[in-house]
Design a protein around this ligand. Structure first.
Ligand code: SF4
Length: 316
């Protein structure tokens, strides 16, 4: 039984070893022969043959036994210079040659980058400047929250501020005004910041805060954000933090904390120590809206602000 070059290539590509008779092309093999025929110094036959699966032959290929035929006397050996071994070919190359042309081999392609934001990839968002980022968020329709929003809520404050505050999602008034932390919770936050000499208004960077939310659009009826919405919006916040390079981040509220720290732990277990978000010190604290409903927790929130202050002061 003889094999064409194409068949041999396909068998090799499948990991099957083809034994090539060292005798001349027209030298027959007897499949039932229990031992390998004595090797001669003849050049390898052009038409290769596969040995039967006898124990004495190192072959993984099982071939039906051929009927015994008289063995012709071997042709006198003729010295033939050994051919250099062919260079190994890539698997796709081998298969492309072995398989019919009706089965083309497709080269593997890289997985497309996950599209987020307004049709932009995470990498594209990471390259935006302030203007590009603001415009992209204003036109974003990457999640369902775009359907019910009045305004996107991008952020306010000095873009070189040393302090950054990250809240959760816009409420009704934020959605109406397009600004984060307005209304009663915003007033409480401003008062807390003022007690430390900080403000969202104009001033030197070390006395200023930049305020942004994890989500830029309001969830309907102030429902909890969904994981998919947070994931879609996260590259915008990440880019804001990269552009600001704050000395400290104050993460306020459960969803801001969970998103930035990728943790499901309760705020009570995470506060009181310094975490890191992409190298920036991060302090966990309660959301001002929560403090309005739980006044005794204000003391803890003040402790968190003091820890943030110490962290900034200790920074080089
Ligand atoms: S919440 Fe974020 S991701 Fe969703 S539409 Fe608004 S800006 Fe886009």
């Amino acid at each position: 039984m003889s094999w064409t070059d194409r068949q041999r290539a396909m068998l090799e590509a499948m990991g099957l070893k083809v034994w090539v008779s060292p005798t001349a092309a027209d030298t027959p093999m007897t499949a039932s022969t229990p031992e390998r025929a004595a090797p001669t110094t003849a050049a390898p036959a052009v038409s290769a043959r596969v040995a039967a699966p006898t124990p004495a032959i190192d072959s993984d290929v099982a071939v039906a036994a051929e009927p015994r035929r008289p063995v012709a006397p071997p042709t006198p050996a003729r010295a033939v210079p050994a051919e250099p071994a062919p260079a190994p070919r890539p698997m796709a190359d081998v298969l492309a040659k072995a398989l019919p042309s009706a089965m083309p081999i497709q080269a593997p392609t890289a997985a497309p980058a996950h599209a987020v934001g307004a049709g932009l990839s995470r990498d594209a968002i990471a390259a935006l400047d302030w203007t590009g980022l603001r415009d992209t968020v204003a036109g974003c329709r990457a999640c369902g929250l775009c359907e019910s929003r009045q305004h996107t809520v991008f952020g306010v404050g000095n873009e070189r501020a040393h302090w950054m505050i990250v809240g959760e999602a816009p409420g009704e008034q934020e959605d109406a005004q397009g600004e984060p932390f307005v209304g009663a919770a915003g007033k409480l936050l401003d008062n807390m910041l003022r007690s430390l000499g900080l403000s969202r208004e104009d001033g030197p960077p070390e006395r200023q805060v930049y305020i942004a939310n994890t989500l830029k659009c309001r969830p309907p009826r102030n429902r909890n954000p969904e994981p998919g919405e947070l994931a879609q919006c996260e590259p915008y916040l990440q880019r804001q933090i990269e552009l600001i390079q704050p000395r400290v981040i104050l993460a306020m509220g459960r969803f801001a904390v969970q998103q930035l720290l990728q943790s499901q732990e309760a705020i009570g277990r995470l506060r009181g120590r310094v975490h890191r978000y992409q190298g920036v010190p991060l302090i966990v604290t309660y959301h001002p809206a929560y403090l309005l409903r739980n006044l005794p927790e204000k003391a803890k929130s003040w402790e968190d602000l003091c820890l943030a202050w110490q962290t900034v002061e200790a920074a080089p």
